[in-house]
Design a protein around this ligand. Sequence first.
Ligand code: C5P
Length: 222
Amino acid sequence: MNGAINAHQKPRKMIIAIDGPAAAGKGTLAKRIAAHFDFKYLDTGSLYRGVGLKVVQMGGDPNNEDDALAAAQQLEFDDLDGDELRTAQAGENASIVAQMPSVRKEMLGFQRRFAQAAKISKGGCVLDGRDIGTVVCPDAEIKLFVTASAQVRAQRRHDELLGRNEQSNYETVLADLKLRDKRDTERRVAPLVPAQDAHLLDTSKLDIETAFQTAIDIINSH
Ligand code: C5P
């Protein structure tokens, strides 16, 4: 015993930020990475999906910033789960309310508190979204930008919808994804863009296992 600390004993205190466009595989990847390191996980897209759904439930209009902010202020942890959040309509409404500065501001504190608390209580966390590495946790120890071609992402989303016995049409899914990409990348606040120090991971030709291994190698070499 020479007192050296091996890699497994090394205490890991890290925030892992995973950003990328819709259906790039970042959710699956983020969950597996969190499970692997026993870190906490937050799907930040569910916050915006939750707001979009709550506006409608409150009888408001997702395109109206006052209505969306009122919903954001009343959002609770219980609102972040459920099949309703996963529908194409919920994704569409999420990307509309996510353009609004007041809604994003309302979500920012929650995400930062979650990350810091998880770093202390669990040694680390994985957050996935669009602006984690750039805005929410710019000091994250690891940043991954996960992407794939629009065609591959549309095919994955199409298969996922069919797998859930939902109606789906590939061309419509592709058009919707392109619209959401445009909204997410062109909005004024916190647009979808890789952080300068992010590792790019294109999953177009990778299966989930290979993408996961690549991500783990990046994290372990940190
Ligand atoms: O990742 P997901 O598809 O669930 O995200 C839904 C929408 O929420 C995205 O299209 C994006 O507009 C918005 N979003 C965001 N910032 C995040 C996470 C999601 O603007 N950090």
